[in-house]
Every structure is written in C-alpha cells, then in structure tokens.
Design a protein around this ligand. Sequence first.
Ligand SMILES: Cc1cc2nc3c(=O)[nH]c(=O)nc-3n(C[C@H](O)[C@H](O)[C@H](O)COP(=O)(O)OP(=O)(O)OC[C@H]3O[C@@H](n4cnc5c(N)ncnc54)[C@H](O)[C@@H]3O)c2cc1C
Length: 350
Amino acid sequence: MKILILGAGLLGACLAYRLTRAGCSVTVAEAATPASGASGASFGWINASFYLNPAHHHLRVAAIAAHHRLTTDLGSPAPSWSGTLWFESQGAPLTRLRDDLTALGYPVTLLTAPGALEPALLTPPAQALHFPSEGATDAAPLTRALLAASGATLLSQAQATSLITQGARIIGAATPNGQILADHTVLATGTGTPALLQTIGLNLPMVPRPGLILRTNPVAFRLNHILVTPHLEIRQLPDGSLLTPCAANHQSDPTETAPDAKAASQATLAHLTTLFGPVSLADTRLAHRPVPADGLPVLGQAAPGLSLAVMHSGVTLAPLAAEALTAELTGQPHHPIWFPYRPKTQTTPA
Ligand SMILES: Cc1cc2nc3c(=O)[nH]c(=O)nc-3n(C[C@H](O)[C@H](O)[C@H](O)COP(=O)(O)OP(=O)(O)OC[C@H]3O[C@@H](n4cnc5c(N)ncnc54)[C@H](O)[C@@H]3O)c2cc1C
C-alpha cells in the first residue's frame, strides 16, 4: 500500500517508521525540514501525571509503554527515564493529586525530604511527589532518527497546498512541485491541519497555543529528575544546559498570544536563579502547539483515503498513536483506547 504522510514532525516520523516496518511504501512530504515545527521546540516530557480525564490518563500510561517498545525496536536515541519530582503546589493540591493518581493505579510516592534527591535546589520544598515511570526525550533527533531508519522517501520544502479528491475519496496532495498520489494520505501536519482540511470542505477546530521554550548555557550542577516547580517545569539536557518552557504548567497553558520573548525570558531566568543561583541564557524558541479545541488528541480516518494524527502532548503520545494508526491502515485491530479520539471533522458551512 502506498501511503503519503504530510508533515515530518515526531508524529509523521513515528508513523513513517511503523508503516514501513508493516510493509507499506511511504512518502513523507514536509513543508520545511524535519522537526521544524512543535517537535523541534518541545520540552519533551513523557508523562501521565498531567491528564484531562481518566481515559486520557490511561492513554498516556499506554504511551509510556509504547516509548519503551520503540526504543527496543529503534535503539538510540532513547528517552532518559529520570522520573519527575512534582512540587508545583504543597498541601491539599499535592495530596489530592497523589490520591487521584494512586486511585488510577499510577506509580507515585509522596516524599517528605525531597531536597536529598535534588541537592542543587537552594530551598527545597517540604514535600514533593515522585513519578518514577516518567522521562523525557529530545524530539528533534528522535524525529530524524526515525525518518532515517524508516527508509521512507522524504521530500523537504514540499508544502502540500491542497488535498486531491476522486469522487468521495482522497487520493493524494498537490505541492508546488506537482501532485503526490497515494492509496492513503495521513495529515501529521500539526497546526497546518485545518488549512489542508479546508481544501476538501472539512473543519477541524483548533486553538492557538504558542509556547516559548528557553535553554540556559550549561550549568555546573546536576539535576536528577524532571522538576515541576510552582513557576516552571525544568529538565537538564545531556550537555548540562537547562530546558524550560516559559510558562508554569505548560501542557495546559491557555495563553493564546505569543509572549514577549525578552520579558518572558527575564522572568524565567529570575525563577531559575531563585531555584539554583545564577544561570545564563543560551536561546529561546517560539513554537505553536497543535491543540485541538477540546485539548484531546485526534487520530484516525476522517474521510475515505484520509487519516488525521493531530495532538498536543504529541511527544508523549506519538509512538502509541503510530502503532494504532498503522494497525488501522494495515487491517489489524485498532486499539479501543483510541476510540474516544476518532476525528469528528465537520463539513464547512457553504
Ligand atoms: C513549548 C512546547 C513544549 C511542549 N512540551 C511538551 C511536553 O513536555 N510533552 C509532550 O508530550 N508534548 C509537548 N509539546 C507538544 C509536542 O511537542 C507536540 O504535540 C508534538 O511535537 C507534535 O508533533 P507533530 O509531528 O504532530 O507536529 P509538528 O512537530 O508541528 O510537525 C508538523 C509538521 O508538519 C509540517 N506541515 C504543516 N503544514 C504542512 C503542509 N501543508 N504540507 C507539508 N507539511 C506541513 C510542519 O512544517 C511541521 O514540520 C510541547 C510543545 C511546545 C511548543
């Protein structure tokens, strides 16, 4: 079967990898270069402690397991499974989150002397939650490794301008360099998805969610976990630098307009300095999270010959989403865990 994947972020790359391994002939057409969208500016936290409802939590738990399967198959780059220390709040909100996650069966421990685990914190919190099963990955190198290992044909600088129909069926996409025809087309186009769907009269409501991510220069101390603090989520990269989105609770950050980069970086550096002592700025990057209007993922067939794979927390979810969509497209059972997220695309009013 010939599959056309539009978009070479982590979703498109995971799909290319799984579909080629299932025997499909895959072409990936990317408007710019691989991982040039959200995947290249992501915090990369793989977690299920953030969730919108119990089914969404269980999806994310399954997604953690899918990352381990992907590493078994692909090898490097592998995520770092450092676990998370969560002390965004103290007191009742902290114990409530512990109780909720325990009731869902998630591994979580309440620590009463968390400073011993993170000696770099100048003022350790009184309590923290430890989520030992969580980790992080650098989505850009993972995207590139998956595309290379897949053997798929990659077309960079190949922006799809419209979808091509034959009767009710989608048979490919038009690019400035010509048409690309396929038995099935997958939109892994992140925030570019609504514009492509409009070309066939479908509408996928999405919300604007710009995010600024900041990297410091390498620091002398070591962080042993991903940290969720009252103002920032922080992790350390292999070169010793710190990575942090310039917004607390960044996965549900409702801000619709891009922050002022200078003011946001100054505030973020001030928070980091309070936590660890002086740190210096390496760079910031602005990206747009692909967030469907209800905040939940969208995965599956939207029209004959056309599937969608659009989601926030896509770093967490991409390997599992790729397994499920590959199963659906190759006639295998589609895991029921994804049923709530099937596309509910609406016909655009005339
Ligand atoms: C600041 C920030 C922090 C984040 N932190 C986390 C986190 O900690 N954990 C987590 O799980 N998720 C996180 N996310 C979300 C996660 O990064 C995204 O959900 C994920 O990267 C989406 O991958 P994608 O492949 O769907 O989209 P993208 O990486 O955006 O890729 C889509 C690609 O499609 C291409 N494209 C668009 N339109 C067209 C077209 N017409 N033709 C061809 N190509 C097209 C784009 O150029 C782009 O390369 C974060 C995102 C941001 C911005």
